[in-house]
Design a protein around this ligand. Structure first.
Ligand SMILES: Cc1cc2nc3c(=O)[nH]c(=O)nc-3n(C[C@H](O)[C@H](O)[C@H](O)COP(=O)(O)OP(=O)(O)OC[C@H]3O[C@@H](n4cnc5c(N)ncnc54)[C@H](O)[C@@H]3O)c2cc1C
Length: 386
């Protein structure tokens, strides 16, 4: 029933892309997904394969080696990864976030240096905002990047960084002027090959998480790490916070799109299961409780889909306002957690077994309310418009 709905932004070209992505994931990623979950990271060669298949930097201009698409292309990727239940491949951060910072704010030299290699999978990127002492309050970051001759000297600590173990290009949020709040923040691009091995840059633990097991999420340490001044993203210091505020709505719609796809996948799996499984001589679907609860969930999933489709189309046109992005992020992720939990219940004890995809979906869903700006912060941002 949910599959009959066609998003208004879909067209023939995107349909062909969707089929190709689905085939690629079924062949290359699905067979190794459980192995990735167990080892706690995605194999490095998966990035090269994804690059070859055109899954990386799909919405970056072809001038810079990207796919030349727009946000709708990212939507297709997010949806198909969710449908395949592949939660560890950090392409949302890599292609959906970091590549866009570089394309929008980077110098011509920076774009030429990094974007084509990000599109091929040679570079895996991360964005390091959060620190042990601060996540929601980004103005309070303590990491510093202080000028010393032709270089910056980086000091500080980051945590919870997606792709943190794998990344070889890290966009670090740091204070170039520690006396200032937001105005002192800049984005410093650290090419890890140039600083690794000198002792100053260290990757910490690959953090053990409740869900998203295959995604490497790490601590990073900077102790007098020297990077050239050309590592500053863009040409002016102190604009980092503005750049973050401009790009975070896209990150929020990426999360919301993942939430919609997860709800739809959970409902599809559950609809199939309740038609098969029997209790008291009836199918689970024949109990009115099942029918009513699934009808409610399907209604909410559809409302979420229509709203997020609208946000995605407005984002692709450059017209999405911050409050709508925040609304989409908090509401869809809240509904994702509720709906996946409801669905799991219909699987009974099997729902709690990791061999059933719904169990993985349950564990993966929880973080959606926390990262990308917690849902409480989303409500603060919306309330500012009152
Ligand atoms: C799996 C995972 C991946 C992540 N990936 C990245 C990444 O790639 N890069 C990165 O930089 N970060 C990443 N994060 C970090 C994430 O963005 C932060 O955890 C998040 O922003 C919350 O910050 P915090 O953990 O410091 O919580 P805190 O800021 O300490 O907040 C704790 C609680 O207080 C609430 N709260 C805080 N301030 C207010 C307020 N003013 N009003 C009401 N309630 C408030 C919050 O909503 C939260 O519930 C990731 C986190 C996880 C778990």
């Amino acid at each position: 029933m949910l599959e009959n709905y066609q998003s208004p932004w879909m067209d023939e070209e995107l349909g062909i892309m969707r089929d190709a992505v689905k085939k690629f994931l079924d062949k290359e990623f699905v067979p190794v997904a459980q192995k990735w979950d167990k080892q706690g990271f995605v194999d490095r060669d998966a990035w090269y394969k994804a690059g070859q298949a055109g899954l990386l930097c799909a919405s970056i201009s072809d001038e810079w080696g990207g796919g030349g698409g727009d946000f709708r292309h990212e939507m297709v990727l997010i949806e198909e990864f969710n449908r395949a239940n592949i939660s560890g491949f950090g392409n949302g951060v890599h292609s959906g976030i970091v590549a866009h910072y570089i394309e929008k704010y980077g110098t011509e030299e920076q774009k030429a240096k990094w974007l084509p290699r990000m599109a091929s999978g040679e570079i895996v990127s991360a964005i390091a905002m959060s620190e042990p002492g601060t996540g929601s309050d980004l103005q309070a970051v303590k990491t510093t990047a202080i000028v010393d001759g032709d270089d910056y000297i980086l000091n500080g600590q980051k945590t919870f960084i997606t792709n943190g173990i794998t990344a070889n290009l890290i966009c670090v949020v740091a204070k170039t002027d520690p006396a200032e709040g937001a105005k002192g923040i800049s984005l410093i691009m650290v090419e890890t090959e140039t600083v690794e091995g000198e002792g100053g840059f260290q990757r910490g633990r690959n953090l053990e998480k409740l869900g998203m097991k295959a995604q490497d999420t790490a601590e990073l340490f900077f102790d007098d790490v020297r990077v050239p001044k050309s590592a500053l993203l863009g040409s002016a210091e102190g604009r980092g916070f503005i750049h973050l505020m401009e790009q975070l709505p896209q990150e929020r719609v990426i999360i919301a799109a993942g939430a919609c796809a997860a709800m739809e996948t959970a409902l599809k799996l559950t609809s199939e299961y309740v038609k098969e499984r029997k209790a008291f001589g009836k199918r689970i679907l024949d109990f009115q409780n099942t029918q009513f609860r699934l009808a409610e969930c399907m209604t909410e999933a559809r409302i979420a889909r229509v709203f997020v489709d609208d946000c995605a189309m407005r984002l692709a046109r450059g017209e999405l306002d911050d409050a709508s992005a925040s609304m989409a992020k908090w509401w869809t992720t809240q509904k994702q957690c509720e709906i996946v939990d409801t669905c799991l219940q219909f699987f009974g004890g099997y729902g709690y077994m990791m061999e059933y995809p719904i169990a993985k979906m349950f564990a993966d869903s929880r973080v959606q309310k926390i990262y990308g700006g917690s849902n409480e912060i989303m409500k603060l941002l919306i309330a500012r418009e009152i």
